[in-house]
Design a protein around this ligand. Sequence first.
Ligand code: URA
Ligand code: CA
Length: 435
Amino acid sequence: MRMVDIIEKKRNGEELSTEEIKYVIDGYTNESIPDYQVSALLMSIYFEGMSQSERADLTMAMVESGDQIDLSAIEGIKVDKHSTGGVGDTTTLILGPLVAAVGVPVAKMSGRGLGHTGGTIDKLEAVPGFHVELTSEEFTRLVNEEKLAVIGQSGNLTPADKKLYALRDVTATVNSIPLIASSIMSKKIAAGADAIVLDVKTGAGAFMKDEAQARELAEAMVKIGNNVGRQTMAVISDMSQPLGFAIGNALEVKEAIDTLKGEGPEDLTELCLVLGSHMVVLSKKAETQEEARKMLEDAIESGEALNRFKAFLSGQGGDASVVDDPAKLPQAAHKIELPARESGQVSRIIADNVGTAAMWLGAGRATKESEIDLAVGLMLKKKVGDDVKEGDSLVTIYANDLTEIEKVKTKLYESIEISAEGKAPALIVDQVTGK
Ligand code: URA
Ligand code: CA
């Protein structure tokens, strides 16, 4: 097989075979095929697209390029959830204990990553003592006993995807639906899930800002998952404004605790119930969405979801008393209100700009080397559609370092629009199933 022939075939709009795709991915992983040839192929894919079978083949070739997590020692159907990322997305912290409370095993591998706030692991590390350095035996035991554990990312998961993503970044080929869909799905499949619920965000704070593109990505990922034998479905949800009120690590842990108690923000609670119901159905703990939702609502009502969160934290060395006493979480030195400069209704809260303001406070990483301040962040006091009077607080800013505070305030004022009338966007835009 010759790489140049494969490039030519794709350039001419023909379909690549399973063997050809495997040849490219293996050759690129072991460095026998150079960047410049893979770049040419990526650009051809960008313009010519990929068929369903090519997408499935690319996904599986990337899965097979490194370690695959074996969850077979864990009883039951393991369902993973993946969000394409947004601002103040606290769902993972809530969904884990929530679905675990009704018997769904959650074996979660998570990362730190870049962004407006830390990843799930950073957030959980706001709980004193909590750690994710588990052996695979401890991980398996915790999931079997407590139905929930979180482990740090293995070093050699989908190395082909890491290399390809870096190359796409510098060859203007990131924005290709077949490449994005295979990239995301390869990581979920290598992490061992039997079934996958995807939360594809759309709006200013999302990777896919445009609804039509979000839908196309959701459909592409659902087809790949089902074609490679993992039951997959997607919810398309709004990320034009941040989810919930909290954006920041310790603040989001507190918000997760509130939500597990049944006292969380309406939008965050609803999204968790929708995503959670799909997880419960896919793991065959309920037959219908309605039945699953009722089980989850009962788990919140009875306190079982909150107890599950406490057991999970102590199981991984964390101080579970933070659940009853959130003052034990890291606290910022300064709390600053941002008063509205006019009256009316909130008509827009531009999610990505609010996220950037949180990052400037130190809640997230701008580069891999940045240090996160777990205590800082933002609490929205108003959401789109709410009435505001001049002088009302729009946001509480939690800060330690005040050197950039004026820049943060300016950014927030620019991100929050007040008009005569504002209407809350629909939270659940659509659902995509494999059927
Ligand atoms: N996120 C991923 O993991 N891969 C992509 O290609 C794009 C976003
Ligand atoms: Ca939030």
